[in-house]
Ligand binder design. Sequence first.
Ligand SMILES: [Zn+2]
Length: 460
Amino acid sequence: MTHDILLKNGFIVTMNKEKTIIPEGDIHIVDDKIVEIGENIKVPDPEYTVDAKHHLVMPGFVNAHSHLQQYFRGVYELMGDFFETNLPLEGYRRPEQMETLGLASCAEFIYGGCTTSMLVYTYPNGYANAVNEAGNRCIIAGDVEHVDLEKLKHGEFVYLPEKRDAAVKRAKDLYFNWHGKADGRITTLMCPKAPDMTEPEVYLDFKEFATEHDLYMTTHLSQSMREYRQVKKLYGKTPPQHLYDLGVMDEKLSGAHLTYGTAKDFQLIKEKGMAILHCHSVESPLIDWIDMGIPIGLGTDDYYHDMTDLIRKQRNGVIARGSKTGGYLGMINGSRRTTRPSFYKMFELATRGGAEVFGIDDKVGSLEVGKKADIITFNLMNPYITPTRDPITSVFLYGMPGDIDHVICDGNFLKKNGKLTTIKMKEALTKAQTTCDQIIDKFFAEHPEQEKIWREKANQ
Ligand SMILES: [Zn+2]
């Protein structure tokens, strides 16, 4: 463990509220914290000096909404039916495989500069073990959905008490077993999965639990038309109105997606100080949310966890879509000329924004004296980035995980000179590949019709 690091001559984007940028600056780290930021910092005898010349230095990403779905890459993306493929395939995972798979997930988060990830998953223990080993930071929840998925295939919602009780226990056990562990790098939150998949009693129970233990809550909200219709049918309201009336909507709740949110929904969210976790929906009115002052985090959600790709696509989606309330300058033949949201704003949402959503912005999300040393550096010396007048713009538009040379979390190097330090990446990925092959082979052996469809799609 390195306890004294001097990072020299970087293009430092602090992401603090004053938007301080130091074009050629230094950061001194002692143990897990930043002790000084500025120009020409003198440290007599640092244990390690990082030459950050030609690097953009910024806070590690706070990935505000993710799952571990990447294990079935190469299958999921090709198959059309969520109920016939995705859900049954996920049912073939076993909790004991999660340690192997979790380490591969940590490798991905770290490689791409996500020093903090909020993660919702069915078997979170194995992942928490992996985080403990890998050195990154996570806010983790065991989600609770308790519908009969077989019946849901045919559009029928039947809620199962045994399934609910087991998931609730798993979620609460996670708090007792992991909250505050790994030097505080692992924290937990409560996650009723979605208002159509989870009954109101669970929301209320979790709210009570969260209040008692000072935890945040998160949920999927207005994510799908199926959810929207079911909540309307059951409660005669939109999903956000349902949660508002239940009394669980407040500044400690975040909702992912809001794809089908209405103007009234957004007003309720604003009124209660609730946050929105913006993921892959380019249809969502991001600029309107920003203008309303709703707290926003950005989450990868999906099969790969590259925040640079996410924020690029989201912004381009906003450009293509425009905004209900203006702020849209225009797009000329798909060009990158536009004003909002600015590149800087997107990076802000991907760092300090996410930290604020989960109430950890006193520790992470910006580079400031006294805060945790969660820092990433993008190498600008690539022909697709340099020359540039503005490194922020260029990293935003053209940067990728492979450009991240250093990832420091809690004062420790997790990636150094482009290589992971706490995870043997080749070994971790090889083991994950073997495990995933076993899972998918078994699934295909028992669902030959699915394998047939997959083969046709993969080879077309
Ligand atoms: Zn999600």
